[in-house]
Structure formats: structure tokens, C-alpha cells
Design a protein around this ligand. Structure first.
Ligand code: HEM
Length: 149
């Protein structure tokens, strides 16, 4: 049940001082991944794998020669998507992800490579199994929605 007590009442947790950094919403996937450093590490692992592993060459070649911009954009997007700060929307507005992927030919093979790369990154970053499974299921829905051929 949601508490009807006003914030800062004596029985609740201490109210953070006004100058404290906002705590990530406890219990969100964002918080469970370790906040921004955890999400960044996951994204960096994802793109390192994409860059190195021959199994992901098909989607690597759709990306620019340098992946720095792609890393930043996926990091900003995932922070908000996981329940953390809305860095992507703050910079670019509504994600319109499907429209933004239309320049790239994405079919079943590309979807499956993207998912395999992300699942490998989740495993290598030692994301707890129940969270990794939930994220993979949700990301599959998004990846499937990106198909345009
Ligand atoms: C299904 C297979 C996918 C392929 C082959 C793919 C490929 C790409 C490519 C080539 C780019 C352009 C990179 C750049 O501008 O540096 C891109 C951008 C992006 N992708 Fe994907 N992507 C896929 C799925 C996804 C999924 C599932 C998500 C989110 C969970 C995602 C999030 C993004 C974001 C946020 C951008 C930046 C968009 C922008 O602001 O221009 N992508 N993707």
C-alpha cells in the first residue's frame, strides 16, 4: 500500500538534503544495473563485442567506422528506458526509434545478431540472471519492431 505520510515525516527514511544528487529510483532496472556506470559498462561491452566478434559483423557494418557516437546514443537511450535519467529525450526529443532505424536494412538476421550481442554483453557484465532475462525479453520486442525488411 502506498504510504499517505507526507515526505520527511518522522517514521519514513530521512529526506535527502537539497544539494544531494538524486538517488536513482530504487528497484528500477537502472538502479539494479548500478546506475550510469553500470549502464555505460553494458553498452561499452555490447559495442566492443560488436566490433570484435565475427558473428556480429553483419550489424557492425551497418554502423559508422567509429562507434563513439553510437555508444553515447545507446547509453543515453537505455538510461531512460531502464527507468533512469532521460538523457536521450533531453537531447533529441522523442526517440522515434523505428523511424531512426529505417536507413538501415534490418531483418531477422540483424535482429538476432543484435540480441545475441546484447545477451552476451549482459552475461559478460555479470548482470543478475533474472534481470538479464527480463531485459532480454523486453529488448527483443524493441529489436523485432525495428525490422523493416
Ligand atoms: C534490431 C537490430 C538493430 C540494428 C541492426 C541497429 C542498428 C543501428 C544503427 C546502424 C544505428 C546508427 C548508429 C549511429 O548513428 O551511430 C542505430 C542507432 C540507434 N539504435 Fe539501433 N539497431 C538495432 C536495434 C536497436 C534496439 C533494440 C535499440 C534500443 C533498445 C536501439 C537503439 C538505438 C539508438 C538509441 C540509436 C541512436 C538513434 C539516433 O539518435 O540516431 N537499436 N542502430
Amino acid at each position: 500500500m502506498i504510504s499517505a505520510e507526507p515526505p520527511g515525516s518522522s517514521s519514513g527514511p530521512p529526506t535527502p538534503s537539497a544539494d544531494a544528487a538524486p538517488a536513482p529510483e530504487a528497484g528500477t532496472p537502472f538502479a539494479r544495473l548500478g546506475g550510469e556506470p553500470g549502464v555505460r559498462a553494458l553498452v561499452d561491452r555490447f559495442y566492443d563485442l560488436m566490433d570484435l566478434e565475427p558473428a556480429y559483423a553483419g550489424i557492425r557494418r551497418l554502423h559508422p567506422s567509429t562507434l563513439e557516437g553510437s555508444r553515447d546514443k545507446l547509453f543515453w537511450f537505455l538510461c531512460g528506458w531502464l527507468g533512469g535519467p532521460s538523457h536521450y529525450v533531453d537531447r533529441f526529443g522523442h526517440p522515434r526509434l523505428r523511424a531512426r532505424h529505417l536507413p538501415y536494412a534490418i531483418g531477422i538476421a540483424e535482429r538476432d545478431q543484435w540480441m545475441a550481442c546484447m545477451i552476451e554483453a549482459l552475461r559478460e557484465e555479470a548482470v543478475e540472471a533474472s534481470l538479464a532475462k527480463r531485459l532480454a525479453e523486453a529488448l527483443f520486442g524493441t529489436a523485432d519492431w525495428m525490422r523493416n525488411r
